[in-house]
Write a protein that binds this ligand. Structure first.
Ligand code: TA6
Length: 257
């Protein structure tokens, strides 16, 4: 584990002895780069993304908590991706990041007045990435939450991508797509034409698949017009709010190989 910077953001570089590595910014505990032992980058990160802590990063794996998109009265996609986490522990090829109510700005804490402990474990080995998100209720009252790992997979060409395991039929993205698939039963596979990526999730019951398409991408200030062709978001998610009683915890696991 090394301390580094990504843009202007303090970050942690996780490396395993076989050459796999990942970079996670403390802002958002946001995985912004992942290279397998083969040295190939697997994550898309927009060349126009803010990297100064004033706006969520456009790419990598934003941690979505406690609200998905606009499904609630709180901030869009929650506060976890725009809060500064702490490095809690690390070892060869892994690191654990933490966030609790004491880490939030006064404004964010006022908007979500609960006591909680989030932890995100990121591990790399060979050509595999594992992530585990744990939510613990450390307060005295129950709270509901939703969560997701909003992964921007780097792909050579959007039109060559085929996704199996979310819908009854193989999914092809012809233009804009923003779809929720609930009750994911087994592994999801994404074929890019060059390689087949296996996505496995536990605890996260759902998956969201998103690509803005040409028109919406052009309207995004933090994305180049053509960049939408370089990624597909396939996001393990817990969409229906899950209520945690005091002292209880929930874990969502995710593996990309
Ligand atoms: O996960 C899909 C989604 O909710 C889309 O509707 C899309 O707008 C995307 O997330 C990105 O949201 P953001 O707030 O990062 O611009």
């Amino acid at each position: 584990m090394d301390h580094t910077v990504f843009g202007q953001l303090p970050a942690i570089r996780i490396a395993s002895n076989d050459g796999a590595e990942a970079i996670v910014t403390l802002y958002g505990a946001h995985l912004v780069s992942w290279k397998g032992a083969d040295g190939r980058e697997r994550m898309f990160c927009s060349t126009r993304s803010a990297l100064d802590g004033n706006k969520a990063i456009r790419g990598g794996v934003p941690v979505i908590f406690p609200q998905f998109a606009e499904r609630g009265t709180g901030m869009r996609h929650g506060f976890a991706r725009v809060s500064t986490w702490r490095l809690e522990d690390s070892g060869e090829g892994w690191a654990v990041f933490g966030l609790n109510e004491g880490d939030l700005s006064d404004k964010l804490a006022a908007g979500w007045p609960h006591r909680f402990a989030l932890s995100l474990r990121v591990g790399v080995q060979g050509n595999e990435l594992t992530m585990a998100l744990t939510v613990r209720n450390t307060g005295e009252a129950p709270f509901p939450f939703a969560a997701a790992l909003h992964t921007y997979h780097l792909v050579p060409e959007l039109e060559d991508v085929r996704i199996d395991g979310v819908a009854a039929q193989t999914l092809v993205i012809e233009d804009k797509l923003d779809e929720v698939y609930q009750r994911i039963a087994g592994a999801i596979t994404m074929s890019t034409g060059e390689r087949v990526v296996k996505l496995e999730q536990e605890g996260f019951t759902d998956a969201v698949v998103w690509n803005p398409g040409a028109a919406d991408a052009a309207a995004l200030s933090d994305m180049e017009d053509e960049e939408y062709r370089r990624f597909v978001c396939i996001e393990p998610a817990l969409l229906d709010p899950h209520t945690l009683a005091p002292g209880q915890s929930w874990e969502g696991r995710y593996r990309i190989s």
